[in-house]
Design a protein around this ligand. Structure first.
Ligand SMILES: Nc1ncnc2c1ncn2[C@@H]1O[C@H](COP(=O)(O)OS(=O)(=O)O)[C@@H](OP(=O)(O)O)[C@H]1O
Length: 324
C-alpha cells in the first residue's frame, strides 16, 4: 500500500514542490534523487521530505514563539539526535529512569517539524523539550535570537553519511534509496540530501554558539561515545542540573547503545510501521559506532570528504574523532 501524502500549498508561499523546481533537470543525479523522495518539498530552498511534515505549520515557522525555558536539540540527520534526546529527557527528569522508561521518546522530546498544523503541543515536563533537524537558517526567528537554550550535536561527516545512507535505504518517506553508495556520497558532498548541506548546518549552529555560548552547547557524537558520563554531566550542567557520580553512571548505562537498542521507547521497532521503516534492511539503532565509514569508503571518497571538510573544521576548531 503506498504511503499517503496531502499537499496543501495554499498558504505556503515559501514552500514549493521540489519536483517542480524550475532548474531541477540541469543536474540529473540530483533530479533523480529529489524525485525519489515522495512529494519532496523545498522550504525556503531547503529540501525536506513530506511524510510527517505539515506544510501549513512549516509556512509559519518564523512565528513560533519560544519560551525562555524551552530546551532545543538540533542536529543534522543521523548525528545522535535520538541518543541526546534520551539523555536530555532523563537529565530534565533529574536522572530518574522510572519517570521516562515507559514513555515513548517522541512524546517526551517533540520533533519540531513533525505533527499538527499548529506545531508541537502536549509537552510533558515543566520545560518544553524540542528537537529539530532544521539548519540554523530555517529555525524560528526567536530561536535564532537565542531566547532559550540549544544543544547541537555534530558527528563526523563520514559516519554521518554512512548512517544516512542506510537510513535512506530503509525509510519509505526517503524513497527507500536504491542508488549506489558512490552516488550517495556525491549527493552528501554537494549538500543535495534532505536537510541540505552538512557543513553549512554545522557552521550555522557554530555561529549561534559564538554569539551566545551560555545558550548554545555543542557536543559531538564521538564525545558521547568515548566519554558518555562526562558528556551527560556537561548536558546537565548546561541546563542547570548537577548529579552524583552514581546517578550519572545509571544514566550512562540506560543510554548505552545496548540498552537503547533494546528499549522499545526509543528503538522504533514496534512504534513505527514497518511500511515506514523497513527494519529487515537495517535497524534504526543500527551499529552505533565511530569509524563505520571504513566499511564503505574507498580512497577516492575518503579524499573527497577530507578535502571538503577538514580545513574548514580546523578553522572552526571543531575536533571530531574518526576512529575509536
Ligand atoms: N546510545 C547510542 N549509542 C551509540 N549510537 C547511537 C545511540 N543511539 C543512537 N545511536 C546512533 O545514532 C544514529 C542515529 O542518529 P539520529 O538519532 O540523529 O537519527 S535521526 O536523524 O534522528 O533519524 C545511528 O547511527 P548508526 O548506527 O551509525 O546508523 C544510531 O545507531
Amino acid at each position: 500500500m503506498p504511503l499517503k501524502f496531502s499537499f496543501d500549498m495554499r498558504s505556503a508561499s515559501n514552500i514549493i514542490e521540489a519536483a517542480n523546481e524550475p532548474d531541477l533537470d540541469t543536474d540529473p543525479e540530483r533530479a533523480q534523487y529529489v524525485r525519489s523522495i515522495p512529494d519532496a518539498l523545498l522550504f525556503n530552498g531547503l529540501l525536506m521530505q513530506h511524510y510527517f511534515i505539515s506544510t501549513k505549520f512549516l509556512s509559519k515557522v518564523n512565528d513560533f514563539e519560544i519560551q525562555g525555558t524551552d530546551i532545543w536539540l538540533a542536529t543534522y540527520p543521523k548525528s545522535g539526535m535520538t541518543w541526546t534526546a534520551e539523555i536530555l529527557s532523563l537529565v530534565c527528569n533529574d536522572g530518574n529512569i522510572d519517570n521516562v522508561k515507559d514513555v515513548y521518546l517522541p512524546k517526551r522530546v517533540k520533533h519540531f517539524e513533525m505533527g499538527s498544523p499548529t506545531g508541537p503541543t502536549g509537552f510533558l515536563g515543566p520545560e518544553r523539550l524540542l528537537s529539530t533537524h532544521l539548519p540554523a537558517t530555517h529555525i524560528p526567528i526567536q530561536l535564532k535570537q537565542l531566547k532559550c537554550k540549544i544543544i547541537y550535536v555534530v558527528r563526523n561527516p563520514k559516519d554521518t553519511c554512512v548512517s544516512y545512507y542506510h537510513f535512506h535505504r530503509m525509510t519509505s518517506y526517503l524513497g527507500k534509496y536504491s542508488g549506489t553508495w558512490d552516488q550517495f556520497t556525491k549527493l552528501f558532498l554537494a549538500g543535495h540530501l534532505v536537510y541540505g548541506d552538512w557543513l553549512s548546518h554545522v557552521e550555522g549552529y557554530w555561529r549561534l554558539q559564538r554569539q551566545n555560548p551560555r545558550n548554545v552547547l555543542i557536543i559531538s557524537y564521538e564525545e558521547l561515545k568515548t566519554r558518555l558520563p562526562e558528556t551527560i554531566a556537561r548536558v546537565g550542567h548546561f541546563v542547570g542540573k548537577t548529579f552524583t557520580a552514581d546517578v550519572i553512571e545509571k544514566m550512562a548505562n540506560h543510554c548505552s547503545f545496548a540498552e537503547m537498542s533494546a528499549n522499545q521507547m526509543v528503538n522504533r521497532e514496534v512504534s513505527v510501521d514497518t511500511q515506514v521503516f523497513d527494519m529487515s534492511e537495517t535497524k534504526f539503532m543500527r551499529k552505533g559506532i565511530i569509524g563505520d565509514w571504513k566499511s564503505m569508503f574507498n580512497a577516492k571518497q575518503c579524499k573527497q570528504f577530507d578535502d571538503k571538510y577538514n580545513r574548514r573544521l580546523e578553522e572552526l576548531d571543531i575536533k571530531l574523532d574518526y576512529n575509536l
